[in-house]
Design a binder for this molecule. Structure first.
Ligand code: NAP
Length: 312
């Protein structure tokens, strides 16, 4: 005899993501389940929490959770919540649309620096008609800090454009065409452009400091699309002002939104974007979330689980 699959209670809990936008895609994909939106926690009877910057106190009210599914790729603010039940699996979202968007942002920034468009923008403001030296992509090495989902995909796209690519990871990695190393100094010393795609952990906080920036060849650029706390801002400013760095592309900041009176907005060596390097794309994310919910329904281990001890 066929039995109908168990219905699950899902909770959407986010201070940043719009529940209606997700509801339109999640409900047709999970017709047997019930989707609640914080603060309606169905009396605590919730099986799966879908979270991105969740409201404080969310987890204290969810004693029967089987899965915490992040709606974002970075999970440091979930891990920082001491109420997160350590026995409940926490899954990251690996959203193909977001991975692609991040590669586009990395390429846009690398090309802006490589084609010296940041220099030509300054020349335009000064009404200066002057050619800069043109280099080939193969004259440049781009170093990726982090060779995970985002870093490894961006690496492939940069290789396709003709750049030399190297990258740093915690454990040894092999990626076709990419010089991979677990030695940060080795990667920094050969990278004219450094792209930060690390998770924020105790080990990676402040990794881009004066010492690290000094290891890079003079005149390079930093592209920080991971988290603001990876980069020590006074050290970056000093490196830009001394000419050690030519430019910095900053998408993420320790305080977001970046305060209107921050000197970073007007620094000639900095391009600021408002944490948009890669936004979650519900159309490509929902199938991945549904896959994990179906795994919970079948009693299987969900995909993309966070290693609590590693912090990502
Ligand atoms: P991931 O798949 O977990 O990959 C992380 C990479 O960093 C791995 O290669 C890992 O090494 C490496 N790593 C971690 N700790 C390290 C350490 N101590 N030393 C050296 N390497 C270390 O992460 P992802 O999905 O690529 O995402 C990376 C981060 O991007 C997220 O955590 C998030 O903060 C950020 N992000 C930003 C935006 C935005 O819009 N700005 C959007 C999405 C994500 P192993 O390979 O050895 O594990």
């Amino acid at each position: 005899m066929l039995t109908s699959p168990a219905a699950l209670n899902l909770l959407f809990a986010s201070t940043k993501e719009d529940p209606q936008r997700w509801r339109r895609l999640l409900e047709p994909a999970l017709p047997q389940d019930r989707l609640f939106a914080w603060p309606d926690v169905n009396g605590g009877d919730i099986d799966v929490a879908l979270v991105a910057t969740h409201p404080q106190g969310t987890f204290a009210q969810l004693p029967r959770l089987k899965l915490i599914q992040s709606l974002w790729m970075g999970v440091e603010n979930i891990l920082a919540d001491t109420e997160v039940p350590r026995g409940v699996p926490l899954a990251r979202l690996i959203d193909p649309g977001m991975v692609h968007a991040m590669a586009e942002t990395v390429i846009a920034s690398v090309l802006d620096w490589h084609r010296q468009r940041h220099v030509y923008r300054a020349q335009q403001r000064a009404r200066l008609w002057k050619w800069q030296t043109q280099l080939l992509p193969s004259d440049r090495t781009v170093g990726l800090l982090g060779l995970g989902e985002l870093g490894s995909y961006a690496a492939a796209r940069l290789l396709a454009l003709g750049f030399k690519v190297c990258g740093w990871s915690r454990r040894p990695r092999t990626i076709d065409g990419v010089h991979c190393s677990t030695d940060l100094d080795e990667i920094l010393s050969q990278s004219q452009a450094v792209v930060c795609l690390l998770p924020l952990t105790a080990q990676t906080r402040g990794v881009l400091n004066a010492r690290a920036l000094a290891r890079m060849p003079r005149g390079g650029c930093i592209i920080n699309v991971a988290r603001g706390a990876h980069l020590v801002m006074p050290d970056l400013i000093a490196a830009l002002d001394s000419g050690q760095l030519a430019h910095a592309y900053l998408d993420v900041f320790e305080t977001e939104p970046l305060p209107a009176d921050s000197p970073l907005w007007a620094h000639p060596g900095i391009t600021v974007t408002p944490h948009i390097a890669a936004l979650t794309e519900p159309r490509t994310a929902v199938p991945k979330i549904v896959e994990n919910i179906e795994r919970v329904r079948r009693g299987e281990v969900p995909l993309n689980l966070v290693d609590f001890s590693a912090g990502y």
